[in-house]
Design a protein around this ligand. Structure first.
Ligand SMILES: Cc1cc2nc3c(=O)[nH]c(=O)nc-3n(C[C@H](O)[C@H](O)[C@H](O)COP(=O)(O)OP(=O)(O)OC[C@H]3O[C@@H](n4cnc5c(N)ncnc54)[C@H](O)[C@@H]3O)c2cc1C
Length: 282
């Protein structure tokens, strides 16, 4: 598997600064960006401001920063999972219609074999099947069956390549799901390589790529308790139910017991009133 960060939005930290500043400042975007261009805001201030904003739930500015990655040598099992992400990401994937897999390898087509096959002592069987698929595929192509039809015999193990463009909000969301130990090993490995690539260029942003339980993300696990207990990260991160229990206890110790959270939700919604419209000053 090879993963390369091909390119990224020019100066992503300043882009984020501009996007957040426009939200929180009476200045126009032109004025915000003139301040930046004139050096009126130091790099340190920009970085510190962005770092503070990244700790909040104000995510939409992250959509304004994009990255391009090149990915090769991943299986079609992985690609089926990867292309399920549909917001804030675009994919170009190697075609099995236009590319004839006559192969650099004379013996058989290339394929990805999970370690578990080797561990189970079944690597030979796997390879034998790949050899047979290679024969049937090549003979089909040689017999004039178009690659788009010959490919019907290709396995999930067949390798594929991508060029993708993804925005930072979606990249973090993908990290939430696919760096989690619940995700499949190959896609976890790929996303972790994407994080390593990003770390070389923009560590300030890359360190926010964590599984969803990471302290820079949700901060707790929201999977079922059985999965949580089986996860090695449970040694360092809490489960959602534990967080709620601790919160209830702290509230109770402070003399403000919260017996029924659901009831509190409804009460808060019912008690909410629009603030009165201020009367115009005389
Ligand atoms: C551990 C794991 C196991 C999985 N198992 C299965 C499985 O067995 N079968 C299966 O089919 N899939 C499975 N998936 C895939 C999963 O269901 C999602 O399709 C995939 O993770 C893409 O994530 P996403 O829906 O968050 O999409 P993204 O494109 O990454 O979406 C980003 C976010 O945008 C919002 N969004 C996107 N589209 C809509 C919409 N139409 N309406 C409202 N909000 C929207 C959501 O908040 C969404 O989370 C699995 C995924 C994981 C991580």
């Amino acid at each position: 598997m090879d993963v390369v960060l091909i390119d990224l939005a020019n100066d992503p930290i300043t882009k984020l600064y501009g996007a957040y500043r426009v939200c929180y400042s009476p200045k126009t975007p032109r004025e915000v960006w003139e301040d930046i261009a004139a050096g009126a805001v130091t790099r340190e201030k920009i970085a510190a401001f962005v770092d503070e904003r990244l700790k909040t739930g104000h995510v939409s500015p992250l959509e304004q920063v994009v990255f391009w990655f090149g990915i090769s040598g991943v299986s079609r099992s992985l690609s089926h999972q990867f292309v399920r992400h549909r917001i804030g990401i675009s994919f170009e994937q190697q075609s099995q219609r236009y590319v004839r897999f006559t192969g650099r390898n004379e013996e058989r087509l290339e394929y990805i074999m999970p370690e578990s096959w080797k561990d189970a002592g079944r690597a030979e069987e796997f390879e034998k099947l790949m050899g047979e698929i290679t024969r049937v595929y090549r003979e089909a192509v040689a017999a004039g069956i178009p690659p788009e039809d010959a490919r019907f015999v290709l396995p999930n193990a067949a390798p594929t390549n991508f060029q993708i463009m993804v925005n930072f909000a979606e990249l973090l969301h993908i990290g939430d799901l696919r760096l989690c130990t619940r995700a499949q090993w190959e896609i976890r490995h790929m996303i972790s390589k994407m994080r390593s690539e990003l770390m070389k260029k923009v560590p300030e942003l890359a360190r926010y790529m964590q599984p969803k339980c990471g302290e820079k993300r949700l901060g707790y696990c929201d999977e079922d308790m059985k999965a949580y207990e089986a996860c090695p990260l449970s040694a360092v991160r809490p489960h959602k139910l534990q967080v709620i229990e601790v919160f209830k206890r702290v509230r109770s110790d402070a003399g403000k017991p919260m017996k029924d959270l659901e009831e509190a939700d409804f009460r808060a919604a019912e008690e909410f009133r629009e603030p009165p419209t201020p009367s115009p000053k005389a």
